[in-house]
Design a protein around this ligand. Sequence first.
Ligand code: DOR
Ligand code: ZN
Length: 344
Amino acid sequence: MQTITIIKPDDFHLHLRDGIALSTVANHTAAQFSRAIIMPNLNPPVVNTEMALAYKKRILQCVDGKYNFEPLMTLYLTDNTSVSTIKTGAESNIIKALKYYPSGATTNSDQGVTDIKMTYMALNAMMEDGLPLLVHGEVTGDDVDVFDREAVFIDQVLIPLVKDFPELKIVFEHITTRAAVDFVMESSDKIAATITPQHILLNRNDLFKGGLQPHHYCLPILKAEDDRQAVSEAATSGNPKFFLGTDSAPHTRTMKETSCGCAGIYSALNALEIYVEAFDSVGKLDKLEAFASHYGADYYDLPRNMEQMTLIRNEQDIPDVFPLGDDEIVPFRAGGTCSWQLKK
Ligand code: DOR
Ligand code: ZN
């Protein structure tokens, strides 16, 4: 196949940041995706509908008029999120989900949840209103090996949570392990998962190939080859529980290439093209459209998009860097190539 035409997809997990970073990255996503679930881990975090509405306006101000892009806003769940915050969010029609960061798990998660039990009133309200909980599924704490954090989270947090709230919609974000794939497949249809390009394509050897690779450092961290295979198989399986979420997370080059670098891979520049290449490489191009354009919308009870887009098999170079104010961003697969290209 030399071209593929699909319904314009949605990105169900995206970090756009704010200010100059937002204005630099927003159009990369808008060029490829109709809608995106926008992560609320700003500093300070987006904790109520008013803040989400203001952030949505700032996002739309940065999007070029030629794109018809809709940011789908989320709230950052804290120990103090009230039932009225949930009710206001649900009634507003602006808020599509709440994001649960275990406190200390990742970028700007200091105000995240210290104990899931603290949020039970809010979760109950979300369950009543049909608002999904998006989980960063890792336990924190030095006693757990960094490669085991997702699997331990399933046992310690997710299984009890699903038992206590069987009707709550939960998206297990950016899954990285066979354990997570199995958990999602064995759960009810309330439980779904997003999958990033890096967790389909890379394993933990890619963190150290030829030296330390800070631009492959994200959280949850890349896992072993067996896990990568399980994630790739889930993405390309045609199971509607698994859908596209890039977790594209821009950090400046300075913040990545330093003695204590930030977690996050910036894939938004070529995300769709890279997913296409990944599906093509395992002979599953026929499963791409549903993963990218149907299943996420269906899960969120959103109409499927109408617009179509075409990709062409045509090798393109991925730039080494692009400017961000006085600094730079190093995109995913910088300096490499991608064998598919969006038709302009
Ligand atoms: O690698 C990551 N970067 N994982 C996350 O969970 C957060 C994200 C970010 O915001 O930089
Ligand atoms: Zn994320």
